[in-house]
Structure formats: structure tokens, C-alpha cells
Write a protein that binds this ligand. Structure first.
Ligand code: KPL
Length: 303
């Protein structure tokens, strides 16, 4: 593995908002970046921030794939990793990122012994349009090596991920961060999808009681899983993300709007399944799950 100074080339898998945001920012930081594309055509994307507009061009990735940032939906991870398995170099490094609770044991099991596997949880917010990606909320990321081959490549991967979705906090145990993020996504994503609204609209008093109950259920469940998720701090964190991403449409709102499958199974579904394992009632999450099963794409246009 080259040193952090020799910029590694990266392949981005998944052309959603976070994948393309990472791709553009890595390219801006002079990393060679290619995309894993179904069609062998180059892709041009404009990255828009509050103050800048930059055009990025990406070529299709050449095999074997070495450093990969995989930002696909939670429900697509297993199929994606199966498809990629024959395309990877024996010493590949795979950084996986998605909303919802990952199956860390499964991720550890898919990598060959010299292949590094990582999980990255990010609070950056971005919105993908036809040919651009808007960086709508500045965030940060938590990054965790999930095996030895990852730990051996630590400095180079951390350096790249700092450019892509930094600032990055490296941790040996990502589970507390995943639960914090789960609390955020369990509130913002299903509610914005159900009500077809921007993240910031959830600060309205109309949602206060429901949000408090959703968060209380997640905190109670976390305690049963031996994760400390303090109620008031978690509430403050959820509201802070809502405000920091106020203008954003959440990924689930976008998925519902464009009639794509929702990532609800890895978020609310995970909460309901885990609660049932502990015989804990989570009626507010259950009701939200049921409400989302019943709705189809919103009739009204995106506000
Ligand atoms: O993770 C997000 C998402 O949309 O999936 C948040 C943080 C809620 C930003 O929109």
C-alpha cells in the first residue's frame, strides 16, 4: 500500500448523492477517480456548493478494482458486493457507506484476508439532480476499519476519506456512531418521505411529540443493545441535523418521490426487528413503518 502522500486512485460505486459528492471532492483534491458504471461512458457531474460550481469528469473504472468507495442503498449492498467480488484486486480496500444499520459481521465475512473492509457513516447532506450534485449540508464522517487488512492501510484510507467526506473521526468501534445516525435517520427519513417535505420542516411543533416518542424508542432499544444513547443529547443531535440540512430533501423523500425502493428496512425495519428480539414495544416506529407501507408516490408535486 503506497503512503498517504502518493494519492491512491479510487473507484466510486453508486452514483447517488453521497457517492458523487465523494467522487467530486476526491477529484478536486487531485485523487484519480473513476466510476463503476453500467454503461462504459464517461460521466460529467457539476458539484454545487453554497459558493462554488465545479465540473467533474469521470471515466469508467478499469479492473482490477483497488480502492473502492461503495455508497449504494443498504438493500443493494449484498448484491453489489457479490457482483464486485470477481473484479477486486487481492489487496483491495473497500469503504462501504449507507444509511441504516449495516450487518458488520456479514461485511467482515465478505473480504478475502488481504482485502480491507471499512464502514463510513456520514452526516454530509447532498442532493442529486440529473447532472449535478448539490452539497446541501456540511457534515462529518465516522470511519472504522473492520478487519486487519484495513487497519494496515489506515493512514492512506483516512487521508482519502478526509478529502471525500471529512472531517473524519477514526474509531475502532463504530456501533455507537451507527446508533446515533440511526436515530437521525429514523426520524428525518420516514417523516420527510411520508409528508413529502424538506428536513427543516420537521422542526414545526406539529411533529414535536411524535419525534420525541420516536427518539425515546430508539434510545430505549439502544440501551438493550448495550449502547449508550442519552435521550436529551440524541434529541439535540437530531434537531441539529434537521437544522443543518433544513433545505435538503432526505434520501428517503427523494426515493419515494422518484418511486424508487425505500431504505426503510435498514432503518425503521431494523428498529422493529431488534425491538421484537428484546420484546420491546416500539409503537411509534411501528406506526411509521405501516404508514409508509401504505403510501405510494406522492400525488402532489415536490414543494
Ligand atoms: O442521511 C440523511 C439522508 O437524507 O439520508 C440526512 C442526514 C437526513 C440528510 O438528509
Amino acid at each position: 500500500m503506497p503512503s498517504a502522500q502518493q494519492k491512491l486512485s479510487w473507484v466510486i460505486v453508486g452514483q447517488g448523492a453521497i457517492g458523487l459528492l465523494a467522487a467530486c471532492r476526491l477529484q478536486q483534491a487531485a485523487y484519480p477517480v473513476a466510476l463503476w458504471l453500467r454503461q462504459p461512458n464517461a460521466l460529467t457531474v457539476t458539484l454545487e456548493t453554497a459558493t462554488t460550481k465545479t465540473t467533474c469528469q469521470f471515466a469508467p473504472a478499469q479492473k482490477p478494482l483497488r480502492q473502492l468507495f461503495i455508497a449504494v442503498k443498504a438493500y443493494a449492498v449484498a448484491e453489489c458486493l457479490t457482483q464486485l467480488s470477481t473484479e477486486l484486486s487481492p489487496d483491495a480496500q473497500l469503504v462501504i457507506s449507507h444509511n441504516g444499520m449495516p450487518d458488520l459481521a456479514y461485511l467482515q465475512s465478505v473480504a478475502a484476508s488481504a482485502q480491507g473492509i471499512w464502514f463510513l457513516s456520514t452526516s454530509h447532506a447532498a442532493l442529486r439532480t440529473a447532472d449535478s450534485v448539490l452539497h446541501t449540508g456540511q457534515g462529518q464522517s465516522i470511519l472504522s476499519p473492520l478487519n486487519n487488512a484495513a487497519r494496515q492501510a489506515e493512514s492512506a484510507i483516512v487521508a482519502a476519506m478526509t478529502e471525500a467526506l471529512g472531517p473524519v473521526q477514526l474509531t475502532a468501534d463504530i456501533r455507537p456512531a451507527l446508533w446515533r445516525k440511526l436515530a437521525v435517520n429514523a426520524v428525518i427519513n420516514p417523516l420527510t418521505a411520508l409528508h413529502n417535505c424538506r428536513n427543516g420542516e420537521l422542526v414545526s411543533a406539529a411533529f414535536t411529540a411524535q419525534i420525541a416518542r420516536l427518539i425515546a424508542e430508539v434510545c430505549q432499544l439502544a440501551a438493550l443493545e448495550h449502547i449508550e444513547l442519552e435521550l436529551q443529547q440524541t434529541k439535540a443531535h437530531v434537531y441539529q441535523v434537521m437544522q443543518a440540512t433544513a433545505q435538503n430533501y432526505s434520501s428517503m423523500q427523494q426515493d419515494r418521490y422518484y418511486q424508487r425502493p425505500l431504505e426503510i428496512d435498514a432503518i425503521t425495519g431494523f428498529i422493529i426487528r431488534t425491538a421484537s428480539k428484546h420484546q420491546l414495544a416500539v409503537p411509534e416506529n411501528q406506526a411509521l413503518w405501516e404508514a409508509l407501507q401504505q403510501v405510494t408516490s406522492p400525488q402532489s408535486p415536490q414543494p
